[in-house]
Design a protein around this ligand. Structure first.
Ligand SMILES: [Zn+2]
Length: 274
C-alpha cells in the first residue's frame, strides 16, 4: 500500500469529513462525526503512531458501519493523527524534509518501523501529562520515543488537544497496535477514578476478547493527558495479536473489524450506566 492508496481508503462521501488542523508538513488531520450531535460524545483517535496505520483504516470502517445505526450518543473519529508519519512508513524517508531524511537514512532506520511525526517526535509522548517522565522516553530526535522540545510542541498534538477541549468527550479511545490489550489508568488519577476506569476497561476488554492492564511508566500520551486534565475515562487499545510483526497491514483489517464489531453496543451501555 502506498500513501495515496491509504488516503483513498480514508475517503467516504457519506461521512461528513472535516479537518481538526494541519500536520507538520501541511496535511489535513481528518475527522468525522456519526450519531447524535447532542448528548454524550465519544472520541476515537487512531494512527498517532505511524507504523500503526492499520488502526486508521479500522476507525474509518467503524465510522462507516455506524452510519446505518441509530445511536443515542455521538462518536467523533480522528482517523489519522499523524499523516506525515504514515507517509514515511508507506512511501519511505524521501517524504521528509532534507534534514530529517538524512538523519534517518544515515542511521539506517527502517521506514516501515517509523512511529514519529515529520519532526521525529513521538506524538504519543508529547502531551502535557508527566511529560518526559516515561521509562522509554528519549530526549533527542529519533524514529520513536522522542518526547519533543516541550509538551504540545507539535502541531498534531496541539490539534488533538484543541479538538478534545472543544468537543468535551465522555469517553476516549486511542487505537494502537499490537498485543490485544486494553490499557487504563494514569498515575495522577484518584483511586475512585482508577476503579471507575478499571470497571469500564473490563467491559471493553471483554467485548474485544483482549486483556485489561493498568498502564505504568507511560507518560505524555493522549490517554494520559485526558485522564490527567479532565478525569474522563480514557483508554488505549492495542489491536492485533502480539505474534504479528509491525507494521500490521491491510490483510489484518478483517480480523480487527470482526473483533471490534460489537464495541459500540458496549460503549452505549458504558455511557449510560455512568
Ligand atoms: Zn502505538
Amino acid at each position: 500500500m502506498k500513501y495515496s492508496d491509504f488516503e483513498k481508503e480514508l475517503e467516504c462521501r457519506e461521512l461528513n469529513m472535516f479537518s481538526i488542523g494541519k500536520s507538520t508538513l501541511g496535511k489535513e488531520i481528518l475527522a468525522c462525526h456519526v450519531g447524535n450531535q447532542t448528548g454524550k460524545q465519544v472520541l476515537i483517535q487512531a494512527g498517532i503512531h505511524a507504523r500503526e496505520y492499520v488502526t486508521s483504516l479500522l476507525a474509518k470502517s467503524q465510522a462507516e458501519s455506524l452510519l446505518s445505526k441509530n445511536l443515542n450518543f455521538g462518536v467523533y473519529f480522528v482517523f489519522c493523527s499523524n499523516p506525515d508519519g504514515v507517509k514515511v512508513v508507506l512511501d519511505g524517508f524521501s517524504s521528509l524534509r532534507e534534514k530529517e531524511r538524512k538523519f534517518c537514512e544515515e542511521r539506517n532506520f527502517d521506514h516501515k518501523l517509523f512511529k514519529a511525526n515529520a519532526n521525529l517526535v513521538d506524538l504519543n509522548t508529547n502531551f502535557d501529562a508527566l511529560w518526559g517522565q516515561g521509562s522509554a522516553n528519549r530526549f533527542s530526535p529519533y524514529f520513536e520515543n522522542f518526547v519533543g522540545e516541550y509538551p504540545e510542541s507539535e502541531l498534531e498534538t496541539k490539534a488533538l488537544c484543541d479538538f478534545t477541549k472543544k468537543i468535551k468527550p465522555s469517553l476516549t479511545l486511542s487505537y494502537h497496535t499490537k498485543g490485544e490489550v486494553v490499557y487504563f489508568g494514569f498515575d495522577t488519577q484518584s483511586d475512585n477514578s482508577l476503579n471507575r476506569d478499571e470497571q469500564i476497561g473490563l467491559k471493553l476488554a471483554e467485548i474485544l476478547g483482549f486483556d485489561l492492564q493498568r498502564s505504568y511508566n507511560s507518560c505524555g500520551g493522549f490517554k494520559d493527558w485526558v485522564c490527567d486534565k479532565f478525569d474522563t475515562p480514557s483508554f488505549t487499545i492495542e489491536f492485533g495479536a502480539d505474534t504479528l510483526s509491525h507494521p500490521l497491514g491491510l490483510e489484518e483489517l478483517p480480523q480487527l473489524q470482526e473483533q471490534s464489531k460489537n464495541i459500540f453496543d458496549r460503549i452505549g451501555e458504558i455511557l449510560f450506566k455512568n
